[in-house]
Design a protein around this ligand. Structure first.
Ligand SMILES: NC(=O)c1ccc[n+]([C@@H]2O[C@H](COP(=O)([O-])OP(=O)(O)OC[C@H]3O[C@@H](n4cnc5c(N)ncnc54)[C@H](OP(=O)(O)O)[C@@H]3O)[C@@H](O)[C@H]2O)c1
Length: 265
């Protein structure tokens, strides 16, 4: 897929941060958008959809569905399929963070994280992969993280959800070879979005001194470029790529955990 012009793209979690920025770069390239958000963000997403339609002349529809609800992903899928429109690209992006030591964070909060960061991706990928394979074409982009590549101390469950998405996406992508459908991941490092502004999240992590804090617009621009090139796993930023894809292969696990504990404070 060299261009997304005229393609229909579903993006979850499009009301803020990376999802919102992705919706803009896809609209700018001429893609029609089906944007998901939490029902609480419905008015903000409708305003954003109107703004995108006006500026880029593309069609934008909004779907406020709680992806943590028991049939949330199925509801989103069914509502979209009912329109009779074809979805060419799925961007699983909606996500939550929980910062703090595992035993101190509530189980409810961490289970919610598993529902949104894993179960929603897993169900939507299953629903749309089957649908796309029947049509003989389609692409799924799962927004993962650099946290997928090693345990994330003080964000144990968040990092583990991303490790699941990474492993799962790469395996499913291999299974789909020859079907016309592929699955890829976008793996940003820390990015300046509301995800990092929750009550427990530190105002400043030592990690920012090493790799800085990206802007969601930069991640979206680079992510779209990598998507169009057909990259299966894409880590924006040379330094991030070197640390997570190269260096960590050679660092003993115990040392990696100690460093993680130190820099993620
Ligand atoms: N920011 C980073 O440092 C970073 C780094 C690497 C990867 N990522 C990943 O990038 C993705 C986007 O995160 P972000 O940083 O852009 O955070 P964000 O600005 O908080 O966006 C997350 C989006 O997901 C939505 N969402 C959360 N729970 C939902 C639910 N139950 N149902 C439907 N939508 C729900 C949020 O809606 P509400 O606003 O209503 O909750 C919001 O639109 C996530 O998968 C995250 O893990 C982020």
């Amino acid at each position: 897929m060299r261009s997304v012009k005229g393609r229909n793209v579903l993006i979850t979690g499009a009301s803020s941060g990376i999802g919102k920025a992705l919706s803009e770069v896809f609209a700018k390239e001429g893609a029609h958008l089906f944007l998901g958000c939490h029902p609480a963000e419905s008015p903000a997403l409708s305003a954003w959809a109107e703004d995108l339609q006006r500026r880029y002349g593309v069609r934008v529809y909004t779907y406020p569905v709680d992806l943590a609800a028991a049939r949330g992903p199925e509801t989103l899928y069914e509502e979209i399929i009912r329109t009779g429109e074809i979805i060419h690209i799925l961007l699983n992006n909606a996500g939550l963070m929980a910062y703090g030591d595992f035993h101190r964070l509530s189980l409810d909060r961490q289970e919610m994280l598993i529902k949104v960061n894993i179960i929603a991706y897993f169900r939507l990928t299953h629903l749309f992969a089957g649908y796309m394979v029947k049509r003989g074409e389609g692409r799924i982009l799962n927004v993962s993280s650099v946290s997928a590549f090693q345990p994330s101390v003080h964000q144990a469950v968040y990092g583990a959800t991303k490790a699941f998405i990474q492993n799962f996406s790469e395996a499913v992508n291999q299974e789909l070879k020859g079907t016309g459908v592929s699955v890829c991941t976008l793996n940003p490092s820390y990015t300046d979005t509301p995800l990092l502004k929750g009550e427990d999240f530190p105002a400043h992590l030592r990690w920012y001194l090493i790799c800085g804090l990206s802007s969601p617009e930069d991640i979206a621009r680079k992510g779209l470029r990598a998507f169009l090139k057909g990259k299966t796993v894409y880590i924006p930023g040379l330094r991030n790529w070197f640390i997570h894809d190269v260096l960590l292969r050679f660092v003993p696990r115990r040392l990696a955990h100690q460093i993680s504990s130190l820099v993620l404070k």
